[in-house]
Design a protein around this ligand. Structure first.
Ligand code: ATP
Ligand code: MG
Length: 570
C-alpha cells in the first residue's frame, strides 16, 4: 500500500489521559480513535493488526475442532433471568428495554446464549462432545474503563463453550484448549505463562489464566524460578514456611498482661520472639448473596498477609466491607487482642492451613490488655482450616524447591471448567448411555482479542513508539523514499515495492511529499518491523536497511536487498 493513499492520521501530541505506552502509541500512530469512555474505533492500520490477531486465533480454534458460531450481541433478559444472573451480575451488565418494554442485555459473556443454542438440539450423548465458539463484540460497563484497549467497555472476545457427557471428557477438552492457547500466544509472539487461577467455589485445577508478562500489567502473578509453576496471586500456593532458629519454650500455656500491646510488631518485641510465633486476627465484615452480613475473623501467622480472594472463598461470601469500630465493639470483640480461643458467641472464624498443629504460638486472649503464650493450634475442626495467606517474593515453590517471585502480568485468556452451573439452571440436558437425563458438563474458554493488540505493544515498545513483531504487524516492511522528487529514488522504490508485493510481502511505500524526518518519525511511531531507506547513496547502488527493534541500521547493496528481506521475514 502507498502511504499517500492510506489513512494514517499520526500525531506528535502526547495525550494526557493515555498513561500507558500501548494506549498512547495506538492513538498517536493512528491505529485507533476514542469515541467515548471505553469506546474505540479501529482505523485502517488498527483493523489490519486486529485481523491478523483474529486470523491466528480462528485458525488454531478451528484446528482444535471447535466450531465457529455467532450469538446475537443483544440478548433477551429471560436467558439471564433463568440463570439467575440478571439480578446478580453487577452494574457491568448493561440492561435496557425495547419499545415494547421487553428487557434485554448487551452480552458481557455468553454462557446463557451457548446453552440456549445447544439445549433441545443436542439430546443424546452420541452427539457429544461439542465445542462452539465465536469472535464477537462484548459490552461490560466497567467501573473504570482505562488503558485504552486493555480495559474497554466495548471490546472483542473469542469465547468458546464446550459440552460433555462426563468430567473425563471435559478434562480432555480443557487440556486441548491449554495446548491450543499455548499455540495461539506463541504464534502471536508473546512472552506468556499459563497460571493457576482462582476458581472460586469450584476449586482445584479448574481454572487457568494466560498471562503476558509485562511491567504495566494489572495482575500480580507468582512464578517459580526453576520449574513451570505459575499462579495468579489469588490462587498462589507455597511450601509451608519454616523457622530457621531456636523455637521459644514456654512449657505451658499462660495468660500474660500485655498493656497496650496491639500490633504484631509490638507483641513480638514484648516477648522477644520472631513474628513467626505470633498469630494475628484479621477481622472482616462479609457480605453474602442474600445481602446478609456477618463478622468473620481470619487467623494467620503474624508475618503473613491475608489474601482477600482466598478469604472470600473460605467463607463463601461475595465481598468484604469495611468494619467500623462501633461494629467491633458491638460484637464484643477486643480489637488488638483477638485470638481463636474463647471468641464471643456466634463469631465465625477461619485459621490458615499453615498454622495447623503449630506449637508455642502467641495469640490474643479476647480480653483487653491480655495475650496467651504457649498456645498449640490443635482441637479445631478441620473445616476451620483454609489456605488464607498471600504468597510473598522469596517463598518456596510448592512443586519444587525453587524460589517464587512476584511479577506483573496482563490476562489475555482464561480457560475454565464450568461443570453444570449453567446447564442445570437453564435445564439443558441430554440422555446418557443408560437413557438417563443429565445436565451437560461444560467448559468455557475466553481470549481478549482486542486487548491483545495493546498487550503486544506493552510487551515491546521504546520511547519512539510501537515495535510490532512480524506475526501481527500491519505491514512487514516499509520503504521510505527520502526525496520523492528524485526520479531515481522514486522509480527504484516503486520497483522494489512491486517486486516484494509479487512475493506476497505486505509493504508500505512511504511516497509522501514530506521531509525525511517526518517520514522517519512516523515509521518509528507506527513500528513496522523493518524498513528500507532509499536515499542519496542510491547513486552508488547502496540503500539502508533498518530493524525497528533496536533501530539497528545497516548499509546494503541494491542487489542484496530482496534476499535480505526474504531472510528476515522467513
Ligand atoms: P479482567 O480480570 O481483566 O477484568 P475477566 O477475568 O473479567 O478479565 P473474562 O471474563 O475471563 O475476563 O474474559 C475473557 C478475556 O476477555 C480476558 O482474559 C481478557 O483478556 C478479556 N477482557 C475482559 N474484560 C475486558 C475488557 N474490559 N476490555 C478488554 N478485554 C477484556
Ligand atoms: Mg478471567
Amino acid at each position: 500500500m502507498r502511504f499517500s493513499k492510506i489513512f494514517i492520521p499520526t500525531t506528535k501530541e502526547t495525550l494526557k489521559d493515555a498513561t500507558l505506552p500501548s494506549h498512547q502509541f495506538l492513538l498517536r500512530a493512528g491505529f485507533i480513535a476514542q469515541n467515548g469512555s471505553g469506546l474505540y474505533d479501529f482505523l485502517p492500520l488498527g483493523k489490519m493488526v486486529y485481523n491478523r490477531i483474529e486470523k491466528i486465533i480462528r485458525e488454531e480454534m478451528n484446528r482444535s475442532g471447535a466450531l465457529e458460531v455467532s450469538f446475537s450481541f443483544v440478548t433477551p433478559a429471560n436467558f439471564w433471568r433463568e440463570s439467575g444472573r440478571f439480578e446478580k451480575y453487577g452494574k457491568e451488565l448493561l440492561r435496557f428495554k425495547d419499545r415494547k418494554e421487553n428487557d434485554f442485555v448487551l452480552s458481557p459473556t455468553n454462557e446463557e446464549s451457548a446453552v440456549n443454542m445447544v439445549k433441545n438440539r443436542i439430546t443424546s450423548y452420541k452427539n457429544l462432545p461439542l465445542h462452539i465458539y465465536q469472535i464477537n463484540t462484548k459490552f461490560r460497563d466497567e467501573a473504570r474503563p482505562r488503558f485504552g484497549l486493555l480495559r474497554g467497555r466495548e471490546f472483542v472476545m473469542k469465547d468458546g463453550y464446550s459440552f460433555h457427557k462426563d468430567e473425563e471428557c471435559l478434562n480432555l477438552e480443557f487440556e486441548k484448549m491449554h495446548q491450543t492457547y499455548t499455540k495461539i500466544f506463541t504464534r502471536l509472539g508473546l512472552n506468556f505463562r499459563a497460571v493457576e487461577a482462582d476458581s472460586g467455589a469450584i476449586g482445584g485445577s479448574g481454572s487457568k489464566e494466560f498471562m503476558v508478562l509485562a511491567n504495566n500489567g494489572e495482575d500480580d502473578i507468582v512464578v517459580c524460578d526453576s520449574c513451570e509453576y505459575a499462579a495468579n496471586i489469588e490462587a498462589a500456593r507455597r511450601k509451608p514456611s519454616k523457622f530457621n532458629g531456636d523455637e521459644p519454650e514456654s512449657n505451658m500455656m499462660s495468660k500474660f498482661y500485655t498493656p497496650d500491646i496491639k500490633t504484631i510488631d509490638e507483641l513480638a518485641d514484648f516477648f522477644k520472639v520472631d513474628k513467626f510465633f505470633t498469630i494475628k486476627a484479621v477481622i472482616k465484615k462479609a457480605i453474602f448473596e442474600n445481602k446478609e452480613s456477618k463478622i468473620v475473623i481470619f487467623f494467620i501467622r503474624g508475618c503473613d498477609e491475608l489474601q482477600e480472594t482466598k478469604a472470600i472463598n473460605a467463607c463463601g461470601c461475595l465481598e468484604f466491607e469495611n468494619l467500623s469500630d462501633e461494629e467491633i465493639l458491638k460484637s464484643n470483640l477486643v480489637a488488638g487482642f483477638c485470638g481463636p480461643l474463647k471468641l464471643p458467641d456466634g463469631i465465625e472464624f477461619f485459621i490458615d492451613n499453615e498454622l495447623k498443629n503449630q506449637k508455642e504460638m502467641i495469640i490474643g486472649a479476647n480480653e483487653k490488655d491480655y495475650h496467651i503464650i504457649g498456645f498449640s493450634v490443635s482441637n479445631f475442626k478441620n473445616e476451620r482450616f483454609k489456605d488464607l495467606i498471600s504468597v510473598k517474593d522469596g517463598d518456596v515453590c510448592p512443586c519444587c524447591n525453587g524460589k517464587l517471585s512476584i511479577t506483573k502480568g496482563i490476562e489475555v485468556g482464561h480457560i475454565f471448567k464450568l461443570g453444570t452451573r449453567y446447564s442445570k439452571s437453564l435445564n439443558a440436558t441430554f440422555l446418557d448411555e443408560n437413557g438417563k437425563s443429565k445436565p451437560f458438563i461444560m467448559g468455557c474458554y475466553g481470549i481478549g482479542v482486542s486487548r491483545l493488540m495493546a498487550v503486544a505493544i506493552e510487551s515491546k515498545y521504546d520511547d519512539k513508539g510501537c515495535i510490532w513483531n512480524k506475526e501481527i504487524a500491519p505491514f512487514s516492511i516499509c520503504i521510505i523514499i527520502s526525496n520523492i522528487k528524485d526520479e531515481n529514488q522514486f522509480n527504484f522504490s516503486l520497483n522494489l515495492y512491486k517486486k516484494l508485493g509479487d512475493l506476497g510481502i505486505d509493504v508500505l511505500l512511504d511516497d509522501r511529499n514530506e521531509r525525511f524526518g517526518v517520514k522517519m518519525n512516523d515509521y518509528e511511531l507506527i513500528g513496522i518491523p523493518y524498513a528500507v531507506i532509499v536515499g542519496k547513496n542510491l547513486v552508488n547502488n547502496e540503500i539502508e536497511f533498518i530493524a525497528r527493534d533496536g533501530l539497528i541500521k545497516e548499509k546494503i547493496s541494491i542487489d542484496d536487498i530482496v534476499d535480505k528481506i526474504k531472510t528476515v521475514l522467513r
